[in-house]
Design a protein around this ligand. Structure first.
Ligand SMILES: C[S@@+](CC[C@H](N)C(=O)[O-])C[C@H]1O[C@@H](n2cnc3c(N)ncnc32)[C@H](O)[C@@H]1O
Length: 196
């Protein structure tokens, strides 16, 4: 685990956003509870969360997509150093445009959305059809540091736009006829979404 701690620390020092420990523990527990074995992750960064998942869950594989070239290269290096190539399939692509046929797997037990927050709904609509009937989707950062509860007081225009988009996704998914959403106040707000 020391190796993973160092990766996490190094990412934070360089302002590369990686999942909080508390959130990751929740993710791992939830995937175990739902007996998930195959995960599609949107937003790999340097591979930290994918490596944590496959190293802590039995019989688990992750297919993950990262847009940024440098982060993708670093993730590849990290995955190789830990000899996790058999369990992690990583793509250097924009998750909004990559053809679904390019994915190695065509069916997943779980979807973990951890990329551009303004695009949550697009990611969800594109990838949820690949999740099995009884599968789940986990979305992180839904509170956006609490700002979502006080949008009127956000001064920065771009931040305000982003928080509004997150709120729009939250309202949309919580009121969706086909999905049941459970919110957990873990880390920055996590939702577990399943089909009704
Ligand atoms: C929060 S980080 C992912 C952290 C990672 N899951 C972890 O916890 O170790 C979000 C990543 O999504 C990537 N990203 C943003 N938009 C994307 C897109 N359209 N397709 C693929 N990756 C994207 C960003 O470059 C960034 O590295």
């Amino acid at each position: 685990m020391k190796y993973f701690d160092e990766i996490e620390k190094s990412a934070r020092e360089r302002n590369i956003p990686v999942m909080e420990k508390e959130g990751l523990e929740f993710l791992i527990q939830t995937f175990e509870e739902y007996q998930c074995h195959r995960c599609l992750e949107i937003g790999s960064a340097i591979g930290y969360s994918a490596m944590m998942m496959v190293s802590n869950i039995n019989d688990f594989v992750v297919e993950t997509i990262e847009l940024d070239e440098n982060r993708y290269q670093e993730a590849l290096k990290n995955i190789h150093e830990q000899q996790l190539e058999n369990q992690i399939e990583i793509h250097h692509e924009d998750a909004l445009t990559i053809p679904l046929d390019d994915l190695k797997y065509q069916e997943f037990d779980c979807l973990f959305i951890d990329a551009a927050k303004a695009q949550y709904q697009k990611f969800f609509e594109k990838y949820m059809p690949l999740v099995k009937e009884k599968g789940i989707c986990i979305v992180d950062n839904l509170d956006f540091h609490g700002m979502i509860f006080d949008i009127d007081h956000i001064k920065n225009r771009n931040t305000k736009q982003l928080v509004k988009k997150i709120k729009r996704f939250k309202d949309w998914i919580f009121n969706h006829d086909e999905y049941q959403v459970t919110y957990y106040g873990v880390g920055d707000g996590i939702c577990v979404i399943k089909r009704k």
